[in-house]
Design a protein around this ligand. Structure first.
Ligand code: GDP
Length: 301
C-alpha cells in the first residue's frame, strides 16, 4: 500500500523531498520553520486556508509538548494530516449486506471517469465480485463505445442503449438486470458535459431517484471523479455537484501526473467529502483505495 502511494506520488515527492528534508531532517525548529513549511504546503497545492490551519495546529502541539527537533515535528504533522483526512467519516467504500451494491459515478468530461469505472470493474472482479456496468452517458456515442471496449477488456457485462436515449432508462434497466443476474456491484456511468449546466444536474438527480425506486437504499455510494492535475478547480466542481446531489466520496485521478499531490488534502478539507479512491496511472490496475496513513507517510517521509 505504502509503495503504491509512493509510486502515485512520485512527482510530488521528487518536487518536495529536498525541501522537506531541509526543513525537518536533523534540524532544530527555528522561527523561520513555520514560514518555510507554509511555502512548501502551498506550493504542493494544499491551499492557503488548509495550510494555515495545519500549521496553527502544529505550532500549538510543538509549543505544548516542547518539541525541539524537526524529525519529531514531521511525525506530528503526519498525525495531523491523518486526522484531517479521516475527519467526519472514513475512506472506506460502503457495501450493503445484501447485493447488489450500486455506485453512481459522476464527473465532468476528461477527468478520467470512464477509466476509473473500468479500473473499479477490474479491481472488484479480481476480488471475485460479479460486476455489471451501466452506460449512463447516452449523450456521447464515444462514451458508450469506450465503456464497451473496457467491458470486453475487463470481462464484465455492460447494459447500454442507443446514443441519445434517456439515461434514466438505461439506469432503470441496469439496476433491474443487476438484481436479476445477482450481480454484486453495479457501476453507473453518467454524462459529464459542463457541470454548470443545470439540466445535466437535473438528469443526474433523476438517475439517482430511479436507482432508489428500483432498489431502495441505493445508490450505496455517489462518487465524484476529480482530476488531481486541475488543482483547486476540482474543489469548485465538487461543491457544484454536492449541492445538487449529496456525494459520499471522491475519486482523485491522475495523482501520478501532478507534482502537487497536496491537492488531496485541500479537496478533503475544503469540501468535507472523503477521498475514497485514487488513480495513479492509465492502466486498469492503477487504482487504489485511499489510505490516509499510507498517504501521509508517502507524502512526508
Ligand atoms: P472521462 O471523459 O472522464 O471518461 O475520461 P477518460 O476516462 O476517457 O480519461 C481521460 C484521459 O485521462 C485518458 O487518456 C486516460 O487514460 C487518462 N487517465 C485517467 N485516469 C488516469 C490516471 O489515474 N493517471 C493518468 N496518468 N491518466 C489517467
Amino acid at each position: 500500500m505504502l509503495e503504491q502511494f509512493k509510486k502515485g506520488l512520485h512527482k510530488t515527492r521528487e518536487a518536495f523531498k529536498g525541501r522537506l528534508d531541509n526543513l525537518f531532517k536533523g534540524k532544530e525548529i527555528t522561527p523561520d520553520f513555520y514560514e518555510e513549511l507554509e511555502e512548501v504546503l502551498i506550493s504542493a497545492d494544499v491551499g492557503v486556508a488548509t495550510s494555515l490551519k495545519l500549521i496553527d495546529q502544529l505550532r500549538e502541539q510543538i509549543q505544548e509538548q516542547k518539541i525541539k527537533e524537526g524529525d519529531a515535528a514531521r511525525e506530528k504533522l503526519k498525525t495531523l494530516l491523518v486526522e484531517l483526512l479521516q475527519e467526519g467519516g472514513g475512506s472506506e467504500l460502503h457495501f450493503p449486506e445484501m447485493p447488489p451494491c450500486v455506485y453512481l459515478i459522476l464527473g465532468v468530461n476528461g477527468v478520467g471517469k470512464t477509466t476509473t469505472i473500468a479500473k473499479m470493474a477490474y479491481y472488484y472482479t479480481q476480488k471475485n465480485k460479479k460486476v455489471l456496468l451501466a452506460a449512463g452517458d447516452t449523450f456521447r456515442a464515444a462514451a458508450i463505445d469506450q465503456l464497451s471496449q473496457w467491458s470486453i477488456a475487463t470481462g464484465v457485462d455492460l447494459i447500454k442503449h442507443h446514443p441519445g436515449g434517456d439515461p434514466s432508462a438505461v439506469i432503470y434497466d441496469a439496476v433491474n438486470a443487476a438484481v436479476a443476474r445477482k450481480s454484486d456491484l453495479l457501476l453507473c456511468d453518467t454524462a459529464g458535459r459542463l457541470h454548470t449546466k443545470s439540466n445535466l444536474l437535473d438528469e443526474i438527480k433523476k438517475m439517482n431517484r430511479t436507482i432508489g425506486k428500483v432498489l431502495p437504499g441505493a445508490p450505496h455510494e455517489t462518487l465524484l471523479v476529480l482530476d488531481a492535475t486541475t488543482g483547486h478547480n476540482g474543489i469548485a466542481q465538487a461543491r457544484l455537484f454536492h449541492e445538487a446531489i449529496p456525494l459520499t466520496g471522491i475519486v482523485l485521478t491522475k495523482l501520478d501526473g501532478t507534482a502537487r499531490g497536496g491537492i488531496v488534502i485541500a479537496v478533503k478539507d475544503m469540501t468535507g467529502i472523503p477521498v475514497k479512491l485514487v488513480g495513479t496511472g492509465e492502466k486498469k490496475e492503477d487504482l487504489q483505495p485511499f489510505d490516509p496513513h499510507a498517504f501521509a507517510e508517502a507524502l512526508l517521509s
